[in-house]
Design a protein around this ligand. Sequence first.
Ligand code: 13P
Length: 250
Amino acid sequence: MRTPIVAGNWKMNLGNNEAVELARGIAKNCPESGVKVIVAPVSLHLSSVSQALATAPVLLASQNMHWAESGAYTGELAGPMLREFGVRYVILGHSERRQLFGESDELINHKVQSALAQDFRPIICIGETLQEREGGRTRAKVEFQLRAAYAGLNAEQAQRTILAYEPIWAIGTGKTASPEQAQEVHFFLRSVLKDRFDIKTAQALPILYGGSVKPQNFASLISQDDIDGGLVGGASLKVESFLELARIAL
Ligand code: 13P
């Protein structure tokens, strides 16, 4: 059985006080067990957010991480720095990083390998554009991205990752993939994982859906066999909607 996961990607939103307030609100009423709750504030707020979360069962993620452990990389963030603030998860390969910051499949694979070597759990994002979906290229695209991100990994390493299927056309647009559309891709991804690794890995690895997840559509998504949770942008910025998602996942 895979534990459901609700992960909030705060992206480049909220001031420090707002981030602290959101973290406190989540900490106060977060379910104690039965769902893994993760938040990813901007790196500048990791210190204050980790304090605000205190002993609550909420895990911290970084929205990005450089592959090197230190060095001359102006503006970047290294794993050992993130670990100082209790970060255990790193979002890698988000479509915004790929599209707006030119991150390639090779770079993402490099970061995945480095994150695993430093004992982080990467949340690896993949997903197709609207053009690719309409052109019938969804499977080819996500299979390519999956194989590229997992290049060089063994089954034990793969089992320490979380995969997130985020169709680009559904991110921040209010258009969600239907539960059936999402399930079809998740099922396919699990079959690729089985082919690339083994059945145990394919069954153990959590696959999250991301793209306009809200309390109104989440129950029907997470009830699908191969959807293990959500990677949430907009609806993770409010205490009530985020906690509602966590409760729905229980
Ligand atoms: P929205 O939930 O705002 O569509 O964002 C999804 C996302 O990109 C999470 O990483």
